[in-house]
Design a protein around this ligand. Structure first.
Ligand SMILES: NC(=O)c1ccc[n+]([C@@H]2O[C@H](COP(=O)([O-])OP(=O)(O)OC[C@H]3O[C@@H](n4cnc5c(N)ncnc54)[C@H](OP(=O)(O)O)[C@@H]3O)[C@@H](O)[C@H]2O)c1
Length: 273
């Protein structure tokens, strides 16, 4: 019955919407309370995912108290976290002991400084693919988070996809890497190149999506190594080999590395808030 405890989300934007939809899709029956300063967003979530809409922060916190909320999830943009926690402290209701921040780049030490013990902090970085219950969620914990609280956090996010424990120092890197935007970005670029090579848009999209999505699905399902699959798909001297070699010579690996470095750097800037 522990999973049936309520979870209170502060912030009802994109990631809360994706989480709530994924949780319901996965058959999660626990109470989900959402507060956002835009009531229309919360009303939409109530319709879509049967969340309980809190009309203001105090009533969200009172619901958390009354429902013995399992955890409080901070789901506002990184620049709004400090202000949100100030408002929580000022509303006069004791927060649940276990709080989870979804904010990219905001370290545990900042969260602890803004809202300290007895609150214990976890960080989670769900992917919006959690909407279809296939989102990978890396998690990190403050040392004070108990074993059973860690298990509760993992169980909660496991409803919407795989969960992996990571040391906090690796969270910025995985945030820059596991975003599904890489897939969308690559799909857009490959589709554009396919159109330039003479395919119509629909055919280009179908071909590019197959190359990326089904190719990676095959790698996952087959258990073969990338090297084996590359050998199978690219005959030496053939078309795929020529394509990859031209991409590599134009700095493909360097471009991807540069992008990831920029993402990590951006996440680290959030730590200075
Ligand atoms: N989107 C993703 O894929 C994703 C994935 C993993 C983690 N995250 C993290 O999740 C957090 C939320 O991201 P998001 O994309 O869901 O952002 P979002 O769509 O902008 O949602 C945040 C919501 O919180 C509201 N809000 C901010 N401060 C508030 C306050 N003091 N009181 C009440 N409501 C407040 C915002 O209103 P205003 O617009 O008026 O500020 C907005 O409606 C971020 O920290 C992000 O790093 C996002």
């Amino acid at each position: 019955m522990r999973e049936m405890k309520a979870t209170v989300f502060l912030g009802g934007g994109h990631i809360t919407g994706a989480m709530a939809a994924g949780l319901r899709l996965a058959g999660y029956a626990g109470e989900i309370v959402v507060y956002d300063r835009h009531p229309e967003k919360v009303r939409a979530l109530r319709r879509e995912s049967r969340v309980e809409a809190a009309r203001d922060l105090k009533s969200a916190m009172l619901r958390a108290e009354a429902l013995r909320a399992g955890m409080l999830v901070i789901a506002v943009r990184p620049g709004s976290v400090r202000e949100m926690l100030r408002e929580v402290a000022a509303c006069g209701v004791t927060p649940p002991r276990l709080c989870v921040s979804l904010a990219a780049g905001i370290p545990l030490r900042n969260l602890r400084a803004w809202m300290g013990p007895p609150v214990r902090w976890a960080r989670a970085m769900p992917s919006p693919v959690c909407r279809i219950a296939r989102g990978l969620t890396p998690v990190s914990f403050e040392r004070s988070v108990t074993k059973s609280e860690r298990a509760r956090v993992r169980r909660f996010f496991a409803h919407v996809g795989p969960v992996m424990d990571l040391p906090e120092r690796q969270l910025d890197a995985i945030t820059a890497v596991h975003s599904p935007t890489h897939g969308y970005h690559a799909l857009a670029a490959l589709t554009k190149a396919a159109q330039a090579a003479g395919l119509d848009r629909a055919t280009a999209l179908t071909a590019a999506a197959h190359a990326l999505s089904d190719g990676i699905f095959y790698w996952r399902e087959s258990g073969q190594s990338l090297e084996e699959l590359l050998r199978e798909a690219a005959t030496p001297g053939g078309i795929a080999a020529a394509t990859m070699s031209a991409m590599d010579a134009s700095g493909y690996a360097r471009v991807v590395e540069k992008g990831i470095r920029a993402g990590v750097k951006r996440a680290r800037l959030n730590a200075r808030r």
